[in-house]
Ligand binder design. Structure first.
Ligand SMILES: [Zn+2]
Ligand SMILES: [Zn+2]
Length: 290
């Protein structure tokens, strides 16, 4: 009776322990949330400053249009980030399963490496972006183009307009600051892009060289294949062991057999030596070139 009770109790305990999120996942979720809040507050700040600029520039109609555009963009960005946060709250558990961050027993002292944490929070972001409306590929492309137009185009125009008149110097500094912050958010992405563009001539040359090399090898193989003429197997035609040196199977009558020029004893099934030629152009037995 006592034993039974203990068993039941243990089972209950196990059930309670099952399916826990790993500490690193919880940390990554917090990390992701913080960045989303950062984006939301950054965009709210833009809207606030937009109002202030509108108030200051009541005579500069052109500049005002552009500022309104920036505020609109910031508003859309807030909606997107809020949407991500909402999705995360609703699907935290599902995401943990997807990212393999569910464990049976609680992990007490998991060392949280910042590198792993960054990777995980990036994965969380990717998953969320994929699942929300802006992650569908057509929406994604539109969002990227839209981001570029608003992120840089509109700011550049604003900077241009405010530069034209000396009274708008404050606005000019402010717009430059926002542009630099927007650039800084994706600095790693831009660096990769810059390196890719700088390295493209080398990549192109390397690619051509690689293709030519591949093509040359393929031609060499084809040439070897045509050179290796098979003969129909008859016991008196072959010297030495009456078996293929690759697969060690005895030859059957009328099977296609290839005897290499290196030695009369080095003979193989035609199919065996042909598949060998794909990876090597030497005799599998003595390593002399075929
Ligand atoms: Zn064989
Ligand atoms: Zn050989």
């Amino acid at each position: 009776m006592n034993n039974d009770y203990r068993e039941v109790n243990q089972n209950e305990q196990e059930e309670q322990q099952i399916y826990l999120e790993t500490p690193i996942y919880k940390e990554a979720v917090n990390h992701f949330r913080t960045t989303q809040y950062y984006f939301i507050s950054f965009n709210s700040l833009k809207i606030g400053c937009g109002f202030a600029l509108l108030y200051m520039n009541h005579e500069q109609t052109y500049l005002n249009y552009w500022i309104l555009a920036i505020m609109f963009h910031a508003f859309i960005m807030i909606i997107i980030h809020k949407n991500h946060l909402k999705y995360l709250t609703m699907n935290k558990r599902v995401l943990a399963y997807k990212l393999d961050q569910i464990v049976a027993a609680p992990i007490v002292d998991q060392v949280i490496e910042s590198r792993k944490l960054n990777i995980l929070s990036r994965q969380i972001k990717l998953e969320i972006v994929k699942m929300t409306i802006f992650g569908k590929w057509c929406c994604r492309i539109i969002t990227i183009i839209y981001q570029f137009i608003f992120g840089y185009g509109v700011y550049l125009f604003c900077i241009y307009y405010s530069m034209k008149s000396a009274e708008l110097m404050n606005q000019y500094y402010f717009l430059c600051a926002i542009l630099i912050i927007s650039l800084y958010q994706y600095i790693d992405l831009y660096l990769i892009l810059v390196f890719a563009i700088l390295g493209s001539p080398f990549l192109l040359i390397f690619g051509c060289y690689y293709c030519a090399n591949l093509f040359g090898k393929e031609q060499q193989r084809n040439e070897i294949r045509t050179r290796l003429q098979g003969i129909k197997y008859k016991p008196n035609l072959i010297e030495g062991e009456q078996e293929c040196c690759i697969c060690r199977c005895p030859y059957e009558l009328n099977e296609e057999v290839v005897v290499l020029k290196c030695s009369k004893l080095h003979h193989y099934h035609e199919t065996c030596i042909m598949s060998w030629v794909n990876i090597n152009n030497t005799c599998p037995f003595c390593r002399k070139s075929i």
